[in-house]
Design a protein around this ligand. Structure first.
Ligand code: SAH
Length: 249
């Protein structure tokens, strides 16, 4: 008898922004492996399940990717219901694709429960729609994890600079100045508006805005820190300073 692994999206951080299917699966889970970004959802996990914090495993280190995969595979082979809970949507960055491959290669039954991604929900709830018929018919969601000024990166910043539309960058705070330099180098308009939304959808949400030419200095002054979503493009002009998502409890 083999169990099953559910790859589950925890949404952007609020416990009421997960899907009904995610809630069902979490409540039935026997083994739940979760990441740090699952936010307040962590407080709602069933105490009867074996809970594995992949960020702070056994109070010592972050579980390595192979270790996470190994635990999922072993538990599923023991016949248990395994829930792999990931921030936002499981397949947008965060190595969900690799986990799918590892599980498939062991012949383990997988179900995907999609989640509300921070890439769209965090700007949205800050009052910035990522597309708009008048100014952005295209959306690129990119990782800012690689320094664009170093050789061998996989993100084509030259193409992104020439694109009419919105660029949403996740995991980009540490490389903000290289990202901005690179976009400017490839000809992106220095006046392009930019917003950085830190800790989106939490009580500690903070939005910093500027232009491509000024945002690095502003972010330095205000001390912008991860996790944050960076939005570059005309849609940022729609920002009015209000939260569209209702108060968090
Ligand atoms: N799979 C996730 C993204 C994983 S990458 C999703 O679909 O949302 C992790 C990055 O997501 C963070 O570095 C940050 O850029 C972004 N992020 C996730 N939740 C966030 C939040 N509540 N506020 C701001 N940024 C967030």
């Amino acid at each position: 008898m083999t169990g099953k692994v559910y790859l589950v999206g925890a949404g952007p951080g609020r416990a009421d922004l997960i899907t009904i299917r995610a809630r069902q699966v979490i409540d039935r889970g026997e083994v739940i492996l979760y990441d740090q970004l699952a936010g307040e959802i962590v407080k709602t996990l069933p105490a009867s399940a074996e809970l594995i914090d992949c960020g702070k495993y056994a109070g010592r280190h972050t579980l390595k990717q192979e270790e996470i995969e190994k635990i999922m595979i072993t538990r599923a082979k023991e016949g248990r219901i395994v829930v792999r809970l990931k921030g936002g949507d499981p397949f947008l960055f965060g190595r969900g694709g690799e986990e799918l491959e590892a599980l498939r290669s062991e012949g383990i039954d997988v179900e995907l429960v999609p989640g509300v991604t921070s890439a769209i929900a965090v700007p949205g709830c800050a009052g910035i729609p990522v597309t708009h018929r008048d100014c952005a018919s295209l959306l690129a969601i990119v990782t800012g994890h690689e320094d664009p000024l170093k050789e061998g990166g996989s993100v084509r910043w030259d193409l992104l600079a020439g694109m009419e539309g919105t660029i949403v960058i996740l995991m980009g705070v540490g490389n903000l100045s290289s990202i901005v330099d690179s976009l400017l180098k490839w000809g992106k308009d220095p006046q392009t508006p930019v917003a950085i939304i830190e800790r989106g959808l939490t009580e500690k949400q903070r939005v910093t805005t500027g232009a491509l030419s000024t945002i690095v200095e502003i972010a330095d002054l205000t001390g912008v820190r991860p996790p944050a979503v960076i939005v570059i493009g005309s849609v940022v002009r729609l920002y009015r300073g209000e939260m569209l998502c209702g108060a968090t409890r």
